[in-house]
Ligand binder design. Structure first.
Ligand SMILES: [Zn+2]
Ligand SMILES: [Zn+2]
Ligand SMILES: [Zn+2]
Length: 322
């Protein structure tokens, strides 16, 4: 039997499919499917907070008390009706779950009205209105998946990628993804206006699964847009390339020190020279030794091959030009 989460995601995916076609008839089924999917997803959130409970009791619209024969009482469902959206919001509060707020809440109310209108009357909404209202509800899907602790891309695939790149959701997701990297030692080197993009889907929704993690070698990286997983080393290299692309371009066209080089310690292209205190963004290698003559740091780019504790130019000065 399909779980409530599977039913929720297939309804949402159908709704998105309806939205993606330009057939006006399917605009109506977009409302029905998407609304049903979001409500089911909300119910899945409730069930996730009461895993041992009988789902029929958690989702019942009404309850009754019956004696259990041992001097206590049991809660049972009264009838077969399950909660509606109003009850769902109330039960979120009872379960200490955050209900949707702001624009998404307004849009959800509007979506519910549209749904009731298409069920019961002829309705005055244009296809464009419908697309707009459904679109404004995409953040709810993101929030409910957050509450479930699940990746929407894993359950919704391309339908999620489509939602993620719509403007109602995209800006918010980019912020969240950047915030997940904020504990990392080099987080301040990212430009927030144009963060690195996923090599699979092209969306700038790269993140780490544990936003508390501050150790680059422990990054568990993925794309929030398409679910693509990244190896830790490849991910750090990708961010280095993205963040110091402008410096690398300058070197390429005007010469000078490379922006980053292979780290002598971890052997990945993650040792960044284009910053004040050159360091490896992956393993943290941070050379402290200075040239004994001129005092500059003996970073991998500067270090003399033969000179030991001399930089290249002091070495040449000392042994060649004399
Ligand atoms: Zn992606
Ligand atoms: Zn390294
Ligand atoms: Zn020197």
């Amino acid at each position: 039997m399909a779980t409530i989460l599977e039913n929720a995601t297939s309804s949402i995916a159908l709704g998105i499919e309806d939205i993606q076609t330009d057939d006006p008839k399917r605009a109506l089924s977009a409302i029905r499917n998407f609304h049903a999917g979001v409500v089911l997803l909300g119910k899945a959130c409730l069930l996730s907070r009461a895993e041992s409970a009988d789902p029929a009791i958690v989702l019942a619209a009404r309850h009754k008390l019956v004696p259990d024969g041992h001097g206590n009482v049991q809660i049972r469902a009264r009838g077969h009706a399950t909660i509606d959206v109003g009850d769902l919001e109330q039960r979120f509060a009872d379960f200490d779950l955050n209900w949707v707020k702001g624009d998404a809440k307004t849009a959800f109310t509007l979506l519910r009205r549209m749904r009731n209108a298409v069920e019961h009357f002829s309705h005055p909404h244009s296809q464009k209105d419908i697309k707009k209202t459904v679109g404004a509800c995409y953040p709810i899907v993101a929030e409910f998946f957050d509450l479930l602790g699940e990746n929407p891309a894993d359950h919704l695939g391309a339908s999620w990628t489509f939602m993620a790149e719509q403007e109602q959701l995209y800006v918010k997701l980019v912020e969240e993804c950047l915030a997940s990297l904020s504990e990392l030692p080099w987080a301040n080197h990212f430009t927030t206006d144009e963060p690195a993009a996923c090599t699979t889907c092209g969306l700038s929704l790269l993140k780490q699964s544990d936003s508390e993690n501050s150790d680059p070698q422990m990054i568990d990286a993925l794309c929030h847009g398409c679910g693509a997983a990244y190896g830790t080393e490849d991910f750090v290299e990708l961010l280095v390339q993205h963040s110091f692309y402008a410096d690398a371009y300058l070197t390429m066209t005007q010469g000078g020190e490379p922006a980053w080089i292979e780290c002598p310690k971890c052997e990945r292209e993650a040792f960044v020279l284009a910053i004040e205190e050159p360091t490896c963004f992956l393993c943290g290698y941070d050379p402290k030794e200075e040239c004994r003559t001129c005092g500059q740091l003996l970073t991998p780019g500067v270090e003399s091959d033969i000179g030991g504790d001399l930089c290249q130019s002091c070495w040449e000065e000392t042994f060649i030009h004399q």
